[in-house]
Design a protein around this ligand. Structure first.
Ligand code: COA
Length: 329
């Protein structure tokens, strides 16, 4: 058991043991419809618990794995100021994982189980972190556009129905706002830099565009969980709505820097006010999220290495009786 918030679903005192009657389900839905938050000790349908665990766990995993592509650039940052900012950002991302694992634990799954499921490839994390950060241009694109996409998603999710997740997201969004400034500053420096720097940035935008379009999940008509999650106000916007919001906010910012977007069909329909675009390669999306992206194996190898070499830190903190102490001479 980790932290005070862990709720043991096998504990008979846990209200989850109460059978799921229609009356309970209706009262639960009414609470959500009235805008009340669900807290860990409240009764909740098994499926709500399962869905929330899945989503928060995937989100926590994304923050943890998300630190890796940027982390590889800490030693290669172009100057000391950029290196300091990147170190702080990477540290924040791992802190976000910590907040989110805490929130997921309130639903009954231990952190150890979550980290194990991540390591063995059973649990998912965001598609975008399975691509390499090839140049410093990628760091600018991750800082501004990937974090920008994450903010769109997280601001929406922060208004959802599960208290611990929303509170974690409010804090995360505040920190992400700094990341966005860091990313924008980086992006502008390259966009107004030498022709080589502009080209490096444009190449990065070209490489990241499709993973960014995938980031918000499959089109609404293919989304498996949206309908149920929206009824429970866990999701407050559909995948397509979030993608549309991202395009509204970020396409003008990319174009005003004189950069182009690698989709000749991208345009806003003035009547529907919706963006139209080429259909991203959804086969690639499903391949990547099932473990066959360019960096999946590398990312999970890092988690295995951490487990092998740093298990003693976890043991020292949580199971001191297992740590072998060497008597002082
Ligand atoms: N990366 C990896 N997997 C993704 C994904 C992405 N960008 N988008 C969707 N998927 C997966 C879903 O997890 C689901 O798989 P599962 O059933 O095995 O869990 C499948 O694709 C079908 O998608 P959908 O039914 O639309 O899932 P969803 O309703 O959960 O919506 C998100 C997907 C990402 C929008 C939603 O889960 C979410 O907002 N998550 C929290 C925020 C987050 O994780 N952000 C990423 C890092 S900042």
């Amino acid at each position: 058991m980790y932290g005070n918030a862990f709720i043991d679903p096998n504990d008979p005192r846990n209200k989850q043991e109460v059978e799921e009657s229609q009356e309970l389900l209706d009262a639960f839905q009414a609470k959500i419809d009235n805008g009340q938050k669900i807290e860990p000790s409240d009764w909740m349908p098994k499926m709500y618990r399962k869905q929330l665990t899945r989503m928060i766990e995937q989100h926590a995993n994304s923050e943890l794995i998300g630190a890796l592509p940027e982390g590889t650039w800490i030693t290669r940052a172009p100057n000391f100021k950029r290196k300091m900012a990147l170190i702080a950002k990477v540290q924040d991302e791992v802190g976000h994982a910590q907040l989110l694992y805490n929130a997921a634990e309130t639903l009954g799954k231990s952190r150890e189980a979550m980290l194990n499921d991540l390591m063995i490839g059973k649990a998912k994390y965001s598609n975008v972190f399975n691509y390499p950060a090839e140049t410093w241009g990628d760091i600018a694109v991750i800082g501004f556009l990937v974090d920008g996409a994450a903010i769109v998603n997280q601001l929406i999710n922060s208004k959802g129905s599960y208290g611990p997740y929303c509170r974690a997201l409010k804090r995360i969004c505040a920190e992400e706002a700094f990341h966005l400034k860091q990313g924008h500053d980086n992006l502008v420096a390259l966009a107004v830099g030498t022709p080589e720097q502009r080209q490096m940035l444009q190449d990065a935008v070209n490489r990241w565009w499709q993973p960014l379009m995938h980031f918000f999940g499959p089109p609404d008509k293919q989304s498996v969980h949206s309908e149920q999650l929206m009824r429970w106000k866990v999701k407050l916007a559909s995948n397509d709505d979030m993608r549309n919001q991202f395009l509204d906010q970020y396409v003008p910012k990319i174009l005003e820097l004189g950069l182009s977007i690698p989709d000749p069909n991208l345009r806003k329909n003035s009547e529907t006010k919706r963006w139209e675009m080429s259909d991203p390669d959804w086969d690639e999306f499903y391949r990547v999220i099932k473990g066959d992206g360019p960096c999946n194996k590398e990312r999970l190898a890092v988690r295995r290495w951490v487990k092998e070499h740093h298990q003693w830190v976890t043991d020292a903190l949580l199971r001191p009786e297992r740590v072998r102490t060497v008597p002082l001479a």
